[in-house]
Design a protein around this ligand. Structure first.
Ligand code: AOS
Ligand code: ZN
Ligand code: ZN
Length: 397
């Protein structure tokens, strides 16, 4: 039987990193539905990330994206984050937007383009030196749309060369999080398409290179918790980009599409005693809120990750291991399902029945700043309502 006080303590200590880009306007290639009151600057994104931390208590860092969060003085931005009660997290590079990258970035057949892309990776490490960030998150949209377009093997050689330059530039506790993605924007072949490719490059690079699992980056039906378990056993799981998907890299709220999968993933983390910040996995969100209010959606996502974690912490592991050792299939599955089917919402949400925070103008909870409204007042207004509904009651105990 799980020790509830230990469960509560583990949940208090959990850390979930929010993505700066999720607070701003973003959407699909078909349309970005701009929303009033969204942040216009990195500072305003950080202020919104601080609002999420204020309500959840477990989101003390915000990942940056370069160049979307480019500023003149990153030390000053880091100080601004600290003044708002949070810190800067992973630095995300972007080698997918410039026209030069049409045929790839670090794997491009043109050495000049490869140089430009690799220099951007090195620029990101320079920024980490100023922000004090540990994590350099690398995602490459590099790939091919047609067979024969370029040489698959040479592209791996080019990728390895760029990764080696970035890896050798790291210092202190800095590390690489190499993210993979099955397809998109390339459709025939992606140069880092799966966990095996990322893992192999990370092994080749050394101990400071680890894999980042984006939960939206697999073929439908992929057993993600197997990947989690394997990488944990190899000491090569560095981070998650949590989000939800129904069909592709949909970047919907974490836990919204398949909370059972999120629970199974978090069980493997708990089983490996890998939940604590000291263990070093960065539990990040990577989402896009095109049609829903952003701050409440990110709070919902953080709470969904905590809900899955709470359930995973409730698994009676002694009984489960015993049933597994005895080959008692139904008992073992039943023990896992007992934890999954436990309603942990009263612990995670305020209100008598554990109702969810339901933001929205009709419920007196502004989704974002009203047009022209001072951001500080909007944040306080949002706080007033959301805070009562979504603060974790146990945080006071
Ligand atoms: C792209 O699909 C990947 O999920 C990236 O992790 C993410 O969108 C990017 O890091 C944002 O800059
Ligand atoms: Zn991602
Ligand atoms: Zn993605």
């Amino acid at each position: 039987m799980a020790d509830l006080n230990a469960v509560k303590q583990a949940l208090r200590e959990q850390r979930i990193e929010t993505p700066s880009w999720a607070f701003g306007n973003s959407g699909t290639r078909f349309k970005v539905f701009a929303q009033a009151g969204v942040p216009r600057t990195p500072e305003e994104k950080i202020a919104d990330a601080a609002t999420v931390h204020r309500f959840t208590g477990v989101a003390p860092s915000v990942a940056l994206h370069i160049p979307w969060d480019k500023v003149g003085d990153y030390s000053k931005l880091s100080d601004f984050a600290a003044e708002n009660g949070i810190r800067l997290g992973a630095i995300n590079t972007n080698v997918f937007q410039d026209d030069d990258y049409k045929l790839g970035s670090v794997t491009n057949p043109d050495p000049a383009v490869r140089r430009k892309a690799t220099d951007h990776l090195l620029e990101a490490v320079d920024i980490m030196d100023q922000t004090g960030s540990r994590d350099l998150k690398l995602w490459f949209s590099d790939g091919l749309n047609y067979p024969g377009q370029d040489d698959l093997r040479l592209r791996q050689d080019r990728l390895a060369a760029a990764l080696r330059e970035a890896y050798d530039r790291l210092s202190g506790d800095q590390r690489i999080l190499l993210e993979y993605k099955l397809f998109e924007p390339a459709f025939y072949a992606t140069d880092v398409p799966d966990w095996g490719t990322s893992y192999a490059h990370c092994v080749e690079l050394g101990p400071k290179a680890t894999v980042c699992i984006d939960t939206g980056h697999h073929a439908p039906g992929t057993n993600i918790e197997f990947i989690v378990s394997f990488l944990l056993r190899q000491g090569k799981l560095g981070a998650f980009d949590f989000n939800s998907r129904f069909y592709a890299d949909d970047d919907l709220m974490a836990g919204a599409a398949d909370p059972f999968q999120l629970f199974r993933i978090m069980y493997e983390i708990v089983r490996a005693d890998a939940l604590t910040p000291e263990y070093g996995i960065n539990f990040m969100l990577d989402q896009c809120h095109n049609i829903e209010a952003k701050i409440p959606a990110i709070i919902r996502s953080v709470m969904n990750v905590q809900e899955a974690t709470a359930k995973a912490l409730l698994v009676d592991r002694d009984a489960l291991f015993a049933a597994q050792a005895a080959g008692d299939v139904l008992e073992a599955n039943g023990i896992l399902m007992d934890a999954y089917n436990t309603d942990v919402r009263p612990l995670l949400r305020g209100g008598p029945r554990g109702e969810r925070a339901r933001p929205g103008p009709d419920r007196g909870v502004p989704a974002q700043r009203l047009p022209g409204e001072d951001r500080g007042r909007a944040g306080r207004r949002a706080a007033g309502r959301l805070g009562r509904l979504s603060s974790h009651p146990w945080r006071s105990t």
